[in-house]
Design a protein around this ligand. Structure first.
Ligand code: ZN
Length: 149
């Protein structure tokens, strides 16, 4: 009986650990205008999700800046276009754009930023895209964000 209790406890700890891992992720941006990850999966059980953005390159953010922007896939192109119009000083995002679900700051080589956001409003049957809104980068720098479980 004791052994069974211990086994269940171990399983519970394992399950908790697995969920914790699904509630955050790290994406790296490079001087080659790429992200290290093209697909992110967030567990439905997460209250919040934390995205850590790193930039392993050396180039300054005015030249090879990267951010991480999350939106419905159907909104991404328009957000990207409006971000280009907003300009560098706004981090290439229209201020308080309601279509943006979450975003990091624009960073340059060697910098990092993180954003934590609620998954409460996100649906598993909706298509979400993450991308970099620096002008021209979305061509290569985008991926799929999925709610799973
Ligand atoms: Zn970029």
């Amino acid at each position: 009986m004791l052994l069974r209790t211990l086994t269940l406890a171990a399983l519970a700890i394992f399950a908790q650990g697995a969920h914790a891992a699904d509630c955050e992720a790290t994406v790296d941006g490079t001087d080659m205008m790429t992200y290290s990850v093209q697909t992110l999966e967030a567990s439905r059980t997460c209250q919040q999700f934390t995205l850590h953005l790193t930039h392993s390159g050396n180039m300054p953010k005015s030249v090879m800046g990267h951010n991480w922007v999350l939106a419905k896939a159907s909104d991404a192109e328009a957000i990207d276009a409006d971000g280009g119009s907003a300009g560098f000083d706004q981090g290439y995002l229209k201020p308080k754009d309601p279509r943006v679900i979450a975003h990091t700051r624009l960073i340059g080589g060697g910098e990092t930023d993180s954003v934590t956001f609620s998954l409460a409003e996100l649906k598993s049957d909706e298509a979400y895209e993450f991308f970099c809104s620096f002008p021209g980068h979305r061509t290569l720098m985008k991926g799929v964000f999925k709610i799973v479980g």
